[in-house]
Write a protein that binds this ligand. Structure first.
Ligand SMILES: Nc1ncnc2c1ncn2[C@@H]1O[C@H](COP(=O)(O)OP(=O)(O)OP(=O)(O)O)[C@@H](O)[C@H]1O
Ligand SMILES: [Mg+2]
Length: 368
């Protein structure tokens, strides 16, 4: 168990590629911390630096208060589980799990006890004599986890460990991983580009973009109060809808105005938007915060849209609308509501749940 601290860490590859641009992270003891972001944002690089597989260009990495910048990987007491778990094909499951301990010259009896304990935790006791080729993908991934668990490391680093599993197995293994962490309570740093996985697993999630931390907080906080447009658009399926427009103050109220609509913004935003009169901004609203019925206790803020695609999800229907000038947006509405393709309908906004962003890919959230 360990606290892992990154202080102003910079990683520049080959003197020119800035993969990590000055990040600081405090991962507390026993925490399950998830790093999430699009491909190339620097997730793997962070893990490799913590593991000691990659030098850092500037800054410090500390494990339990000790700077480990120059500590070789084998002395950091950290176990890494990769996407491609690369088991040794000629060894049995037992031998695969025992291998790292054998290299470290643990006594046979201790190795046996640790492998059996890990196999029990992972429910693979009956597979110990098999070779990897006689295992399913999920079983192989569990063996890879077992190899890390037997070491009783201070921390686990996971690099997209579920991405080679099929969709169903990914979901069950995800649940198992969460239960495993609850049981072992080992500090874990988990990398994924799957935002649902991040939300489900993380005590806290760190959203990255271009080597920079965008937001580091509890999953629901990041979901409900994204600090900028990038974070807002990254978490959530289907993603948040964005509309371009401008702010206008009328009769002491703030409005969002676009070519078709004039939407009265919540009173809580008024002060924050004071300096934005007549400025261009972006309004963001999630598909679940749109409805075909008015929101009780609110002014009717509605937009009209033409139904283009209807996708039934069982309990909800995902409807893709088009506004007359070609802009599309998505609403998640009740399944029993009847609609036809090409029909023009009124869609109400739960404006209390909306956000106003400055322009640009990482435009800040002004409204929260
Ligand atoms: N050894 C290297 N030499 C040069 N550039 C590298 C090296 N490793 C990574 N990079 C660059 O650093 C950036 C971050 O890479 P990294 O592998 O950490 O991304 P990632 O977030 O893990 O992406 P993915 O989701 O695709 O795995 C990328 O621009 C990548 O091209
Ligand atoms: Mg990666």
């Amino acid at each position: 168990m360990a606290r892992v601290l990154l202080e102003n860490v910079i990683k520049i590859f080959d003197g020119e590629i800035t993969a990590i641009n000055n990040i600081s992270l405090d991962i507390v003891d026993k925490e399950f911390m998830v790093i999430v972001g699009p491909s190339g944002c620097g997730k793997t690089t962070i893990l490799r630096m913590i593991a000691g597989l990659e030098d850092i260009t500037k800054g410090a990495i500390m494990i339990d208060g000790k700077v480990v910048n120059n500590t070789p990987p084998k002395d950091r007491d950290i176990a890494m589980v990769f996407q491609n778990y690369a088991l040794y094909p000629h060894m049995t499951v037992y031998q695969n799990m025992a291998f790292g301990l054998k290299l470290r010259k643990y006594p046979k009896s201790e190795i046996k006890q640790r492998v059996e304990e890990a196999a029990k935790i992972l429910g693979i006791e009956q597979l110990l004599d098999r070779k990897p080729k006689a295992l399913s993908g999920g079983q192989r991934q569990r063996v890879a986890l077992g190899r890390a668990i037997v070491r009783h490391p201070k921390a686990f680093l996971f690099d997209e460990p579920l991405s080679s599993l099929d969709a169903k197995l990914r979901i069950t293994t995800r649940t198992e991983l969460k239960a495993l962490h609850h049981r072992l309570q080992t500090t874990s740093i988990y990398v994924t580009h799957d935002q649902i996985e991040a939300m489900i697993l993380g005590d806290r999630i760190c959203v990255m973009h271009n080597g920079v931390i965008q937001q580091f907080a509890a999953p629901m906080l990041v979901y409900d109060m994204p600090v900028n447009r990038f974070v807002a658009g990254f978490l959530g399926t289907p993603p948040m809808n964005f509309f371009d427009g401008r702010i206008e103050f009328k009769a002491n109220k703030a409005y969002f105005i676009d070519s078709q609509n004039s939407i009265c913004l919540p009173a809580r935003m008024k002060d924050k938007l004071a300096g934005y009169n007549n400025k261009e901004v972006v309004l963001g609203i999630r598909p679940e915060n749109l409805s075909l019925q008015p929101y009780i206790g609110q002014e009717d803020n509605c937009i009209s849209g033409v139904v283009r695609v209807i996708e039934p999800l069982g309990n909800k229907v995902e409807v893709h609308f088009e506004i007359t000038d070609g802009i599309r947006f998505i609403a998640n509405v009740d399944a029993h509501i009847k609609m036809k393709i090409d029909e023009c309908v009124l869609i109400y906004m739960d404006i209390e749940k909306s956000h106003i962003f400055e322009l640009g890919e990482t435009g800040i959230n002004i409204g929260t």
